[in-house]
Design a protein around this ligand. Structure first.
Ligand code: HEC
Ligand code: HEC
Length: 634
């Protein structure tokens, strides 16, 4: 079940002077706007208002309330006649519901929500095989891609069931990987740790190998009964005349398509109360969070020693895991989905006819795409304040990027130290995510900038307050056609402001984007366009005048609480691999309090997440969902 969260509902603060609603006023709102269709036995959509008439329903029926808020906020309810309620009225209702429901739900303390059994997604699968067999192959390419769910990431349990197509592909890939590994010296010496020899039958040798291999593959200790079926597989292959090693690889292939390998299975909690997760499940959660792969030997040892609930120990462990190369995968998967910069490789690629030099320069394109990824990782390794994502005195530089910026960067010109962390000159325009071409390009059209798209991107990706979806049938922007006098973007967009319905959304969206107009669609700086100076001034809804990117960042800094909540929501959703529940949003409050106490330090966010109730605990049986049928067997 998905809940819209606080931040998702706050399409920017209400204008000053907007009254706080009361419970009684909310009842009044529902009666006058909704009762017509939502009363009695024939209530539309099964949504009955008289089940929401007392304050305790905020706690007993939170989903009904949040559904109502979501439909109202999106302009879907009441249906049609969008003019019936203003954006402010919708926001006011939605924000009241959100605050009140959270207040009611969180007052009882944070509880863990049910976690679902899930398949390894294709990146996790590929990385796990890599670490397990010590082979370096990009197996992900051979697997179907995963859709995204939850907080917008492709590791969300909601989407990771096993279809027949998946089973077939995973079987194919397991065969490919074991065939490959059986010919590699490194993997063979890692896996084939015994051979039939004096005093050791081939059955016994195979048993020894599998006994050592299976706990790694299944990421937890295995019982004798778990080993037996694989020894049987070995025997069957032997009896068909396969030589010893080949028969062992056959058994291993069987392990690689076992649900214990393919799925992240946590032993169910038999109790009706929540409990601490077992150490091995916790080790897996940690390593799939920060590495996107299986626990290494040290992590497994630490789990066996039962040390994963020790705060101080965990802090050290997290630091070590971030410094490990494997955290690069985390940085890439997280940030490219959070900022949507993955789309630069597909439908958001800048137009090659308009930007031929950029399109032709593969190194530059790769530097552009990697810049936010490496920046993200450095912020965490260096434990810098999270506000560096809004504005920063340093960035990731390369020679190609410096040329692209047309800015002097104090680069160390040693080729091996590229890309590198550079301190930016005081007047630099490149601090923070919004100075990065990857971000500026992905929030543009391939052929022109759009203050609307960039504004919506800032509201969504940075502040976590996405604007409601645009109404249907809005006429497209008139493009600057040849012949007529070119008009500036601002002139073309003033049409929105003239119409009150359009203005209700666009006065909230566009100002953020106008301040970024100096960056062209590939993030290069420009002072004019088509012979006219760029107009980068705008006025935020609260009256703040902003003028260019520096002022924009200052305005975002003033709203850093929204940004931090958004980042925390995203990262907790990624870490848990599922959409957040209302209970999780109570945990987010606790994590944010810790982050603030630690001056917004980046590692305190990861520590807060790893130490949080939903990460450390397992819900009681009562709230466990029935297992998905298709998730049972490959
Ligand atoms: C003119 C009739 C009408 C009015 C007025 C109306 N609704 Fe609805 N509502 C519907 C219909 C029809 C459906 C079922 C179709 C659908 O879900 O879109 C529905 C479905 C719903 C649902 C249930 C579906 C879901 O998303 O879970 C909710 C909640 C809802 N409306 C909330 C409201 C609220 C809150 C108001 C008042 C602000 C309101 N509606 C006003 C006609 C109306
Ligand atoms: C409910 C909020 C809302 C309302 C009302 C609204 N819009 Fe939008 N509009 C958006 C959002 C959000 C986008 C960005 C869509 C996207 O991400 O693709 C957008 C995009 C646009 C764009 C594309 C911008 C570009 O650079 O090409 C135009 C043009 C536009 N709107 C015009 C209008 C006009 C004219 C009206 C009034 C008739 C209007 N909008 C009403 C939310 C709204």
């Amino acid at each position: 079940m998905q809940f819209p969260r606080a931040s998702a509902l706050l399409f920017l603060a209400l204008p000053a002077g907007a009254e706080e609603l009361t419970f009684a006023a909310t009842q009044q709102f529902l009666t006058s706007n909704c009762a017509k269709c939502h009363s009695g036995k024939t209530a539309a959509g099964g949504f009955v208002l008289n089940r929401l008439t007392t304050a305790d329903t905020l706690q007993t029926a939170p989903v009904k309330w949040t559904r109502a808020a979501l439909r109202v906020r999106n302009g879907e309810m009441p249906p049609k006649g969008a003019g019936a309620l203003t954006v402010d009225e919708r926001e006011q209702f939605a924000q009241w519901v959100d605050r009140s429901v959270r207040g009611a739900v969180c007052s009882a303390g944070v509880k863990p929500s049910a976690s679902h059994i899930r398949r390894l997604n294709r990146d996790e699968y590929s990385a796990t095989i890599r670490d397990l067999l010590d082979i370096h192959l990009d197996l992900a390419k051979m697997l179907p891609s995963d859709g995204s769910g939850g907080e917008g990431f492709d590791n969300a349990a909601e989407t990771l069931f096993l279809s027949p197509l998946h089973s077939e592909k995973y079987l194919e890939v397991a065969k490919f990987a074991t065939d490959f590994a059986s010919k590699e010296y490194k993997s063979r010496s890692k896996v084939i740790i015994a051979r039939p020899g004096p005093g050791l039958t081939s059955d016994q040798a195979a048993h020894k190998i599998l006994e050592a291999f299976l706990p790694k593959a299944f990421r937890r200790p295995v019982a004798a009964a778990d080993v037996a079926p694989y020894v049987t597989l070995f025997r069957a292959a032997s009896q068909q005349g396969q030589p010893f090693e080949q028969a062992v690889w056959f058994a291993i292939r069987g392990a690689l398509v076992s649900p214990m390998f393919l799925f992240r299975v946590e032993p169910p909690n038999p109790d009706s109360k929540a409990r601490l997760l077992d150490q091995f499940s916790l080790a897996s959660r940690l390593s799939y969070f920060l590495w996107g792969s299986m626990p290494d030997e040290l992590l497994s040892d630490v789990a066996a020693a039962g040390k994963l609930n020790d705060t101080e120990f965990l802090q050290q462990l997290i630091r070590r895991m971030l410094r490990n190369d494997r955290s690069l995968g985390f940085a890439q998967r997280f940030i490219e989905q959070w900022l949507r910069t993955r789309e630069l490789a597909t439908d958001k690629a800048p137009d090659a006819k308009l930007y031929p030099a950029y399109a032709a320069d593969e190194d530059l394109r790769s530097d552009v795409r990697n810049q936010p990824v490496l920046f993200f990782r450095e912020v965490f390794i260096r434990n810098l304040p999270l506000t560096n994502f809004i504005d920063s005195k340093g960035t990731i530089g390369t020679r190609k990027l410096a040329q692209h910026f047309n800015e002097k960067l104090p680069l160390n010109n040693n080729a091996s130290s590229q890309p590198q962390w550079v301190e930016l000159p005081a007047d630099s325009r490149r601090g923070g995510l919004l100075g990065m071409p990857a971000v500026l390009a992905v929030a543009s059209y391939p052929y022109r900038t759009s203050p609307v798209l960039r504004g919506a991107w800032v509201l969504d990706s940075i502040l976590g307050t996405p604007p409601p979806p645009p109404p249907p049938n809005v006429p497209p922007l008139e493009e600057t056609s040849s012949g007529s006098t070119p008009r500036s973007m601002k002139e073309r967009l003033t049409q929105h402001r003239a119409n009150a319905v359009c203005a209700s959304c666009h006065t909230r969206i566009d100002p953020w984007g106008f301040a970024l107009e100096n960056y062209d669609p590939i993030g290069k700086w420009r002072d004019d366009e088509g012979g006219k100076p760029i107009d980068n001034t705008s006025e935020l809804l609260d009256g703040t005048q902003i003028h260019g990117p520096a002022a924009l960042k200052a305005a975002l800094m003033e709203r850093k609480d929204l940004f931090l909540r958004n980042l925390t929501n995203k990262m907790l959703g990624y870490a848990l691999g599922r959409g957040l529940t209302l209970q999780d949003s109570c945990a987010v409050d606790a994590i944010l309090a810790k982050v603030k106490e630690n001056n917004y330090s980046a590692q305190s966010l990861i520590e807060g997440i790893v130490m949080s109730v939903p990460f450390q605990q397992q819900a009681g049986r009562a709230s466990a969902p029935p297992m998905k049928k298709e998730a049972g067997k490959p």
